[in-house]
Design a protein around this ligand. Structure first.
Ligand code: SF4
Length: 400
């Protein structure tokens, strides 16, 4: 099965107030050290896969350069990353090659570099088309800049564009949210991601929400109920516009679902490079009882560049089956139980049987022709459902 490659670039022009990712504002010297280290890791990946006990796969059909803001790297640094990937792996001619970009950074030179690197998909961290909302969380772009850049990308031949939106930003109201959705739909992009703002206590906005204050607009953050309403409105408006929901947070016009992200939800193999990057490879045949090997890099930049070891997590067959449920249920299409039994054995059909029956009775899940999925009502509280599915299994494990 072809591999997906993810490269994390943890550099940003400014730090968004809600963000707790392993990202920050750094100098050019740090960029260079980082690119050197990522390229070394890409070059030694066959060896790493072997040491981890995973199957090395040379064929690649998706590359995702995420951030942070990868386009802050110099053109030659970006090109070197892609060249190293192409030297080490066999990248298919039709591979999906996505680069995350912050609106306001897409100069003609950057777009030219994306094309030179084989980029054919751009994910724009717009978050809101209302300037006050974007600036309140320290985003640097405006609606005008974003629309101009979408036009420039199209003119350069990159029409496969994703817009990220966040429901629950400070100052957001049902009216302003509808305006962001209308602008998103009118822009004609084929893919939209909608996230509900989850404020981590380690972010500046999170600390202000706990301790009080006005600097990061914490007092203008909508409450959880309103945020959930905004998310529901987005689902309805985007589906109505032909941008269909295919995952809890993702919507696409026909044929534009993200190939790369689908790998995560359907447990296809992928390799991650850079800080806080995760890989999952099929387990080698001699790894008895194991389905897959997951391994991850440290989430601390200095530790990563100084060569911190990988963190390895072997995945046994029963754990792989649980993952298949949790990841597959994120998809609107849900999971095909027969396929699961074929892949993980007869006990796959018994996973959390009683709870799933309860959720079906409550209208949170539905089982149709052997296909299990969350309903629209269920998608709204997916985190609670996943925790509830996990809870009895966790306590069962502690008891044994
Ligand atoms: S651009 Fe993304 S990674 Fe960077 S601070 Fe903002 S949310 Fe975080």
């Amino acid at each position: 099965m072809p591999l997906g490659i993810y490269i994390s670039v943890p550099f940003c022009k400014t730090k968004c107030s809600y963000c707790n990712f392993a990202s920050g504002v750094f100098s050019n010297a740090v960029f260079q050290r980082y690119v050197d280290r990522v390229c070394e890791d890409i070059e030694r990946f066959p060896q790493t896969a072997k040491e981890m006990g995973g199957v090395f796969e040379r064929q690649v059909d998706s590359i995702y350069l995420g951030g942070g803001t990868p386009t802050l790297l110099r053109p030659e640094q970006l090109q070197r990353l892609f060249e190293t990937v192409r030297q080490q792996f066999s990248v298919s001619a039709h591979a999906e090659v996505t680069v995350e970009c912050a609106p306001g950074t897409l100069s003609a030179e950057v777009i030219e570099t994306l094309l030179a690197c084989g980029g054919n998909r751009v994910s724009l961290g717009v978050q809101s088309f209302i300037d006050q909302e974007a600036s309140s969380v320290a985003r640097l772009h405006t609606r005008k800049i974003t629309l101009e850049e979408i036009g420039r990308l199209r003119a350069a031949g990159i029409a496969n564009i994703n817009i990220d939106l966040i429901a629950g930003l400070p100052h957001q109201t049902p009216k302003s949210w509808m305006e962001s959705l209308r602008q998103t739909i009118d822009s004609g992009v084929p893919h939209v991601s909608v996230y509900m703002l989850e404020v981590d206590e380690d972010s500046r906005l999170g600390r202000e929400l706990i301790a009080g204050g006005t600097r990061y607009h914490a007092h203008f953050v909508p409450d959880d109920d309103l945020t959930a309403d905004l998310y529901e409105t987005a689902c309805q408006a985007l589906n109505h516009a032909g941008i269909h929901q295919y995952e809890i947070s993702n919507f696409a016009r026909s044929g534009f679902a993200s190939r790369h992200n689908l790998k995560y939800w359907t447990r296809q193999p992928y390799a991650g490079f850079g800080v806080d990057a995760h890989s999952m490879l099929q387990a080698e045949a001699d790894q008895i009882g194991l389905d897959a090997i997951r391994f991850a890099t440290t989430d601390v930049l200095e530790r990563y560049t100084s060569g911190a070891p990988l963190i390895r997590t072997p995945i046994q067959h029963h754990a792989a089956c649980e993952e298949a449920y949790f990841l597959g249920l994120r998809l609107t299409a849900g999971i095909d139980l027969e396929e699961l039994v074929d892949r993980y054995g007869p006990s796959a059909a018994d996973f959390a049987r009683d709870q799933i029956a309860d959720f079906c009775r409550e209208g949170l899940m539905e089982l149709e022709n052997g296909n299990l999925r969350l309903t629209a009502k269920g998608r709204l509280i997916s985190n609670e459902i996943f925790s509830a599915l996990l809870a009895p299994r966790e306590s069962a494990r502690i008891e044994t």
